[in-house]
Ligand binder design. Sequence first.
Ligand code: TXA
Ligand code: MG
Length: 330
Amino acid sequence: MTAEIINITHEPQRAISEASRVLNDGFPVAIPTETVYGLAADATRADAISHIYETKGRPQFNPLICHVCDIEMAERYAVFDPASRKLAETFWPGPLTIVLPLRKDSTIHPLATAGLETVGLRCPEGFANDLIRDFGRPLAAPSANTSGKISPTSARHVMDDLGDKLQLIIDGGSSPVGVESTIIRVDPETGAILLLRPGGLAAMHIADAAGRDLERRSGPAAIIEAPGMLASHYAPGASVRLDATAIEPGEALIRFGGQPVAGAEKAAIDLDLSPSADLAQAAANLFEYLKRADASGASSIAVAPIPNEGLGEAINDRLGRAAAPRDGEE
Ligand code: TXA
Ligand code: MG
């Protein structure tokens, strides 16, 4: 099987109708979202969700983010506390996932939530939103890549990785945000807002809207809060060396903000995530540049320091995972 690619600019109606048809047959479709391309399937059907795991080659079942078209659809499946509701009203549609208690009568399949009593819900923008509205049910959608590989930010990335395992890829161009959504949960006891995964919505914007700072967990507790976020989740083939200020001959170089790096002229490839030091541009380029650096054939990718503010937190989180030891890879 080789996936058909439908471009949403050329064939907007057929993109929706064909995607809905494949979803109704119980199979996954790769779809563009503003963050990364997702491998979407009907969140209420066990067979459809099994196909996601099968396609990604995931050895274990992790909870998947379920995508809705608005708060009204979200309320059919989960219970909102006031703080979560305010954040949804402020940031949906957008790159924010909110972990909420499942309603007792929720029809989201336990395979999508890994049997937890909570569900991670996100309301995406654009084509994904239109598709969910047309389909009428939530779509479970992890990133559309083989487990353990870098997330795709173009239809071409999905085709290269999963083209022979999929029926349909919807091409919406390059993902504008470029890193996965930010995941939060409001602690029901204390009202604290926990940052479970930094992502495409900078934490400071969430803190501003909520009127309080976010709590960050690091170490094993963070992994239990957001199961499936193994350290080595975003691994390219080459090893990754962080905070590089000089490079060894033959290394691939990824840098930021036009900063000079000693030995850059000897790099196998020299990429700047954003010569103008724009963190949103750097996030949008991150996965594409990691793939290009990897494809250069270098055995090591040296990455220069990137400021840890705003979207820099998500960029450094993903780079940290790419650089982590590969033991226990998902
Ligand atoms: O930007 C995104 O969020 C992309 C696009 C496709 O929308 N989707 C994505 O989905 O990254 P996924 O399924 O790969 O995200 C899974 C993450 C995992 O880290 C998982 O632990 C966390 O979401 N998660 C999902 N449900 C959860 C829950 N009930 N409690 C805690 N973490 C949860
Ligand atoms: Mg992923």
